[in-house]
Design a protein around this ligand. Structure first.
Ligand SMILES: Nc1ncnc2c1ncn2[C@@H]1O[C@H](COP(=O)(O)OP(=O)(O)OP(=O)(O)O)[C@@H](O)[C@H]1O
Ligand SMILES: [Mg+2]
Length: 588
């Protein structure tokens, strides 16, 4: 397994640049939602700030003995509270709507990118890790954006407007407050920085845990028959413990924020009361002004507190954002030019010319390998396990690109044509069958999304699958189960052959296509494949002598090179690797 978190190694982007990009690429694409949220935030903030003014005014009137103003004050407060309540509700719904829309945009972009990503990258990343980008990561980021929009717009406005009101009531007292408050903010910022790092580590660890759990459960058959329950439990225990450590660390950091603000805030408040008392005794300010300023503190405190914890939340969410942006920024390496023409297959001749290839982990699979398949010919690839046979079939549809050498179809370099047309020209049937959790009909239909019922049934019949399909509870509508688990190995393989038959591609790639079938079924499918390969170019990896013997040409591979090539009889006569393989594998 390679490092599941390739973003951790990259240099971390600054919060500012992440925020800028979030705004430029994602939030500003929804100007209507943003504007409405902003307006509602301003109304909510204005209503909150008016409290301080209204209270100061009320108390000064009371103090001056103007008791007839008294009934107005409670009514004003009720009015303000109502405005604030309604706007708060609308604003909360609006910011969530904004966040959810942005999340949806991000998910679509991320999926669109990953579904087209290099095969090698998807293989290396691990399913669990990829899935957690869409589950845990997205949830975290949504919370962050809601908080950002809720708090940043509303609370910042609340603080600004309220401070304005407070300054107009008693500027000296207010200035003192403005000096004292930032002192409380400093430790909170420090905690936020630490939190971002831990959170990023926790996220990638979560991906590892998901991958591991998936492995354990999907490998249940192996786990049970090999008695690996204890080993798996130990592996799980280790990951859960790591998880616990990370989450505790995050919790500790987060839990520190509120008490710090509480203590520092209390100290500051005591100082302010002393200062205000002294000013009143000196006759420099009124009771109404002081009560108004104190009310103002009451209004801005929750807002500032929210802004304090906002930093921690944002740091956590931005760790996620960075990972998502990395996904969006990683370009495919297996690509064709935008204006690449479609491959026009005339006769389907295949040629590999001095191809060298190593997998991303460095294992060399093909060395200076050359092969020529005449149009319509059936070419057999034989050789010991690990000699590079499947690799050739990986390179033809460009699941990977060779490091050097050229692969041509009808004389056209496969890199010069569009990927879609290239892949359309081939049908691949391999040992590991992929079925989606859908009906039998749909799983065959992936071969040709336009195919009608009759074509699907014909393909199923040719693949010797029709009879077992009809015996299923719902025939062609029967669900195959997750990864085809409702079917036997041989049944799954026949569905994948039916899919290939339906695709009707000029080039046929068969990698042990009949390995999971019983002898009788294999003979029938084999003859179906033989009929199918008529007039098509076929590259066949097979373990049955009959298939290999009838091939037009045989390449015998060893350690990524061609050890021998020729016709069956000539190769046997040479008494080399092929003859030895025949004796061992085919019992010939
Ligand atoms: N995804 C991969 N990542 C890294 N190395 C790989 C990968 N797939 C194959 N290899 C390596 O490439 C070499 C050739 O493998 P390949 O699958 O082509 O062999 P093969 O001839 O098809 O063997 P078999 O008969 O067992 O299917 C092997 O050494 C193998 O370890
Ligand atoms: Mg293989």
């Amino acid at each position: 397994m390679s490092d599941p978190d390739d973003t951790a190694g990259a240099k971390p982007a600054s919060t500012a640049s992440l925020a800028k990009r979030l705004w430029r690429d994602w939030l500003s694409r929804r100007p209507g939602l943003v504007a409405l949220a902003l307006v509602l935030s301003a109304i909510t903030a204005g209503a909150a700030a008016s409290y301080a003014g209204v209270i100061a005014w009320t108390f000064d009137k009371l103090n001056a003995g103007a008791a007839d103003f008294f009934p107005l004050a409670p009514l004003a407060v009720i009015g303000l509270a109502t405005v604030r309540g309604v706007s708060l509700y609308l604003q909360t719904v609006q910011t969530n709507r904004l966040a959810l829309n942005v999340m949806q945009d991000l998910q679509n972009a991320m999926f669109g990118k990953l579904v087209r990503a290099d095969f090698a990258r998807l293989q290396a990343e691990g399913t669990g890790s990829l899935v957690s980008r869409f589950t845990n990561d997205i949830t975290l980021l949504r919370e962050t954006i809601v908080r950002l929009a809720n708090n940043l717009m509303r609370d910042v406005l609340t603080v600004i407007i309220t401070v304005g009101v407070m300054l107009s009531l008693d500027w000296m007292l207010t200035l003192l407050i403005l000096v004292v408050y930032p002192i409380a903010a400093w430790p909170v910022i420090r905690i936020g920085q630490r939190l971002r790092k831990t959170s990023s580590q926790a996220q990638s660890q979560m991906g590892e845990v998901t991958s591991q759990l998936e492995e354990s459960f999907s490998g249940a058959r192996m786990v049970k028959t090999y008695g690996l329950e204890g080993y798996e439990s130990e592996r799980a225990r280790k990951s859960f413990f790591d998880r616990l450590r990370f989450l505790l660390k995050i919790t500790e950091n987060k839990a520190r924020v509120d008490p710090i603000l509480e203590v520092v805030g209390g100290l500051a408040f005591a100082g302010l009361v002393a200062f205000a008392g002294w000013r009143m005794l000196e006759g420099e300010t009124s009771v109404g002004n002081i009560i108004g300023v104190l009310t103002g503190i009451g209004v801005i405190s929750p807002a500032i507190r929210a802004l304090g914890t906002l930093n921690a939340v944002v740091q956590e969410g931005f760790a996620v954002l960075e990972r998502i942006f990395t996904i969006l920024d990683t370009d495919e390496t297996v690509t064709a030019a935008l204006d690449a023409p479609a491959l026009s297959v005339d006769r389907g001749g295949v040629e590999l010319d001095s191809v060298n290839f190593a997998y991303p982990d460095g294992s060399v699979a093909l060395r200076d390998f050359s092969l020529k398949a005449a149009p319509g010919a059936t070419i057999a690839l034989v050789g010991p396990s690990g000699s590079g046979k499947s690799t050739i079939l990986n390179l033809l549809p460009r699941l990977y690109d060779a490091q050097s050498g050229t692969i041509r179809i009808d004389g056209t370099d496969t890199r010069s044509v569009s990927l879609t047309s290239l892949r359309q020209a081939m049908a691949l049937v391999s040992q590991d069958v992929t079925l989606f959790d859908d009906s039998v009909r749909a799983n065959i239909g992936f071969g040709d999304l336009e195919a009608d019922e009759a074509a699907i049934i014909a393909a199923a019949k040719a693949a010797d699958a029709h009879d077992f399909i009809m015996a299923l509870p719902d025939g062609y509508d029967s669900p195959v189960g997750p990864r085809g688990s409702n079917l036997s190995g041989g049944q799954r393989q026949r569905l994948s052959i039916a899919r290939a038959i339906l695709k009707d591609a000029p080039i046929l790639l068969l990698d042990e296509a009949t390995s999971a079938l019983d002898t009788e079924s294999e003979q029938r499918v084999q003859s179906a494949l033989e009929r199918l390969s008529q007039g098509r170019t076929s590259l066949v990896i097979a373990h049955r002598l009959s298939t290999v013997r009838d091939a037009d040409w045989i390449y015998v591979m060893d350690q990524g090179c061609v050890a021998e090539q020729g016709k069956h009889d000539d190769l046997v006569a040479r008494d080399g690797l092929y003859a030895r393989l025949c004796k061992m594998q085919f019992g010939d």
